[in-house]
Design a protein. Structure first.
Length: 185
C-alpha cells in the first residue's frame, strides 16, 4: 500500500512538472491567451509523513496574461526579502544597482517616438558617485542629475512655472538666490 501511494504521488508530481515544462518551454502556452494558466504554482503532496513539493525545483519566469492588482507593497530586486517592512512605501526597488528602464517598443524609423529612458540611482562603480539621474538611454547621456547631499531647493519649479535655484519662493521666471556673485559662461 505504501508503494502504491508513493507511486501515485510521484506520478502526480512528474505530471505537474511536465505540464509546467510544456507551458514554459517556449515562454508561453499556445492557448495561453484564450486559456490563461497560473505558472509555477506550488503543489505539496503528503502521504505517510513524506512530503514532495515542486518548490524544490527551479522554475521559470511567470507570465501573467491579465491585469495584476496588488493591494499591499511590492519589493523588487535581488535584495528583496520575505517580511519586507514597507513603512508607507508602495514600491521598493532593492539591489546594489537600482535602475528603472523604460523600453519604448515603437518601430524605429516610424512616425512614433521610440527613445528609451532610464532612471538611475547611484553609480555602479566601486567608489562612484551617489546621485539620482534621468538617462537618455538611447543617446547614452544623463541630461538630469541630482547629486546626493545637494541642499534643499537646489532646483524648484513653482506652480506658476517660475524656476528657483536655492529658493522655494522664486519671485521671477528664473530666480537665483546666492550669496556669491553670479557668473554666466
Amino acid at each position: 500500500m505504501k508503494f502504491k501511494k508513493l507511486t501515485f504521488l510521484l506520478i502526480i508530481l512528474l505530471s505537474n512538472l511536465y505540464l509546467n515544462a510544456q507551458i514554459n518551454s517556449n515562454g508561453r502556452d499556445q492557448n495561453a491567451l484564450q486559456n490563461p494558466v497560473i505558472i509555477d504554482k506550488l503543489i505539496v503532496l503528503k502521504a505517510n509523513n513524506i512530503s514532495i513539493s515542486n518548490q524544490d525545483y527551479p522554475t521559470k519566469d511567470q507570465l501573467i496574461y491579465d491585469d495584476l492588482i496588488v493591494t499591499g507593497g511590492i519589493s523588487v530586486g535581488y535584495d528583496a526579502i520575505d517580511g519586507e517592512d514597507f513603512n508607507f512605501k508602495t514600491i521598493t526597488l532593492k539591489e546594489n544597482n537600482v535602475r528603472l528602464y523604460f523600453d519604448d517598443t515603437s518601430v524605429d524609423g516610424g512616425t512614433f517616438p521610440n527613445n528609451d529612458w532610464q532612471i538611475v540611482v547611484n553609480s555602479n562603480v566601486s567608489g562612484g558617485e551617489n546621485y539620482f539621474a534621468i538617462e537618455d538611454y538611447t543617446a547614452g547621456v544623463m541630461p538630469i542629475k541630482f547629486m546626493a547631499g545637494a541642499p534643499a531647493n537646489s532646483l524648484y519649479v513653482a506652480s506658476d512655472g517660475d524656476v528657483g535655484l536655492n529658493t522655494s519662493a522664486p519671485g521671477l521666471e528664473f530666480h537665483i538666490k546666492d550669496n556669491d556673485s553670479l557668473e554666466l559662461d
